[in-house]
Design a protein around this ligand. Structure first.
Ligand code: ADP
Length: 604
């Protein structure tokens, strides 16, 4: 564009000069021709006048009437604006329309007179010193029978003709010049408009290039550019709407990606990161800034993950059927990153004609799942172990009874006692397991009904359940309830939880000890505390105390008839009330277990 403008401005003066030169040429040549034509006409007219004057003078010449000749000249001068001079063959002036012939010098040397006296038509143009102007002279010979006796010369000033030619010169020369100037001005103005319009269009195109699709060209100074601006506006409109559609799609896709709990990494054909979401950044412990465009091999340090990318990519080269056979096992990997168990799945993405494709990696956090799986495995092992011991004992006792103890009533009674004890134990374990699973099911289904009620009767009932056991064990039970507010609870379950805790407190207290059951109101919850002065629990066991089958001293627990599920049931009941359970204990000094039940509306 710039170059074109320069060329235009560079050539414009030459173009104007050319036009001007042509105008000057036409003007000069035109006026020259015009002048010649006018001169020819004037010459012809003077010639015919001179011939007429010659004819008129013949008679007076023949008579030698010099005065008559001068009178003819004077009359001629009055009738016409021309000057008539009659010159004798010797050059002396016989008559003149403007002056006295006697005072005039010899005219024999005048070129036109010379020609005429020689028998030819004489024509001459020259400056007249006498009249101080340019003159045209035409002379004709006057013939008598004796031959050429004189010449009739007619002259006229060329001033008029020159003036007329100058006027034409002016019109022919100046007017086109003015017209040319006017055209040049108009042309410059129009050119300015075009230039301004091109500038506006140029600016609009630059904006389009920069992604500004909102700009429209409503007016440009040069109407000739209107079709261009219309097309440009249409292009901006359609590009704008396409771009915003793409933008919406992109944002939509990114929102979907961001809302996913799975991490997503999209690698391009060169294993550079093309897209990712926050979950991927969090799960893989990456720093979010400047990830895009970086090589996966620079960012992902995990060998298993890098091998997964390679395996997934290798699928592209394998025949389809073989690839289908290998499938998912090859495309999945489980690894540990930042203390979390992650599962990654790789898929080929968007293969193009050359077969090159990106790799889509999806990461899931399976830490909780793995933990649950481990818990389930432990639980099955624990239950099996828990059941195996009494079953083995019962089996052994039965074998003995069937064998050598069959005839011995004392022995039989002892083994029956063993069978009874272990059957009881089996029963309590299965009972507690059933309670736990029912609690879990009802909790999941939201079927645990809570009702507003006072807490004191719950504590009294729990204490009443354990009173005789406490008395047997020589342990004192004290209840202290400062909780007047009604609480949303499931009384039956809460009695069970509190009695489990009192049971433990009694079990692990020494004879003469005291167990205190207290209830206090906190800001937003009711706190039930069961405090004993028993053996206490070493700190190392506290974090896992509420797990199923977790025991500090398994044999002591078993000998006391414990199943290892009591605290786990307490925890579930507290959770079913939206509350919690905690323990504080000091080895050798005793323990305090506390259930917190938040105040809230009753349900169900
Ligand atoms: P168990 O049937 O064995 O009592 P629990 O789940 O009720 O099972 O308790 C788990 C373990 O916590 C017990 O085996 C015991 O070691 C310990 N424990 C519970 N309550 C007390 C307490 N009041 N004093 C000391 N240890 C306790």
């Amino acid at each position: 564009m710039l170059k074109k403008r320069r060329i235009f401005w560079q050539t414009l003066p030459f173009q104007i000069l050319l036009v001007l030169a042509l105008l000057v040429l036409v003007t000069v040549e035109g006026t020259r021709l015009l002048r010649r034509r006018a001169l020819d006409t004037l010459t012809e007219s003077l010639q015919s006048d001179a011939r007429l004057a010659a004819r008129l003078s013949e008679e007076k010449l023949a008579a030698g009437d010099r005065r008559g000749l001068d009178l003819i000249c004077k009359a001629y001068g009055r009738a016409k604006s021309e000057r008539l001079t009659l010159v004798a063959a010797d050059g002396s002036v016989l008559g003149d329309s403007d002056a006295d012939p006697a005072g005039m010098d010899n005219h024999g040397d005048r070129p036109e007179v010379k020609e005429a006296l020689a028998g030819r038509e004489g024509v001459s143009r020259r400056f007249s010193m006498t009249l101080d102007r340019r003159m045209l002279y035409v002379a004709e010979p006057i013939r008598l029978e004796s031959g050429i006796v004189a010449a009739a010369r007619v002259s006229q000033s060329l001033t008029e003709l020159d003036r007329a030619v100058q006027a034409v010169h002016f019109r022919v020369g100046i007017l086109p010049l003015l017209a040319g100037l006017l055209i040049a001005l108009l042309f410059a103005a129009y050119n300015g408009r075009i230039r301004k319009s091109v500038g506006l269009v140029n600016d609009a195109v630059s904006r389009l290039g920069r992604g500004d699709f909102s700009h429209r060209l409503y007016f440009v100074p040069a109407p000739v550019m209107d079709p261009v601006t219309d097309r440009l506006n249409e292009a901006a409109e359609s590009l704008g709407s396409r771009f915003s559609e793409l933008e919406d799609d992109r944002n939509g896709l990114q929102s979907v990606l961001e809302s996913m709990s799975e991490g997503v990494l999209l690698l391009d054909r060169d294993d550079r990161i093309e897209r990712f979401n926050r979950a991927a950044v969090d799960l893989l412990g990456l720093s979010g800034g400047g990830l895009k465009g970086r090589s996966a091999y620079d960012i992902l340090r995990n060998g298993a993950l890098l091998r997964l990318i390679e395996r997934t990519r290798a699928e592209a080269e394998r025949p389809v059927s073989a690839a289908a056979q290998k499938q998912s096992a090859d495309r999945e990997v489980i690894f540990t990153e930042g203390g979390r168990r992650l599962q990654a799945h790789g898929t080929l993405f968007g293969a193009d004609a050359s077969g090159a494709a990106g790799v889509l990696l999806v990461f899931s956090d399976i830490t909780r799942l793995s933990r649950l799986e481990a818990v389930r495995r432990d639980f099955v092992a624990n239950v099996s172990h828990e059941l195996k011991t009494p079953i083995t004992a019962i089996q052994g006792s039965v074998e003995t009874l069937r064998g050598h103890a069959a005839g011995d009533p004392a022995e039989s009674g002892r083994f029956l006692e063993v069978i009874h004890k272990h059957a009881e134990r089996l029963n309590s374990v299965v009972d507690d397991l059933l309670k736990l699973s029912r609690l879990e099911r009802e909790e999941e289904a939201g079927r645990i009904a809570l009702e507003e009620g006072p807490i004191a009767p719950v504590l009294d009932e729990a204490v009443a359940l354990l009173q005789s056991k406490a008395t047997e064990s020589g342990v004192g039970l004290r209840v202290e309830c400062e909780c007047p507010h009604p609480v949303a609870m499931n009384a039956g379950l809460l009695v069970q939880a509190v009695s489990n805790l009192i049971d433990n407190a009694v079990k692990y207290s020494d004879r003469g000890g005291t167990v205190q059951v207290r209830c206090r109101t906190e800001e937003s919850a009711v706190k039930i505390e069961i405090e004993d002065e028993g053996c206490g629990i070493p700190a190392v066991h506290l974090p896992r105390l509420f797990e199923r089958f977790y025991r500090v001293d398994p044999s002591r627990s078993r000998s006391l008839g414990g199943t290892g599920l009591g605290l786990s049931i307490v925890k579930h009941i507290a959770q079913a009330h939206g509350g919690s359970v905690e323990v504080k204990s000091e080895e050798g000094k005793g323990s305090v277990f506390a259930i917190r039940i938040p105040f809230r509306k009753s349900s169900g």
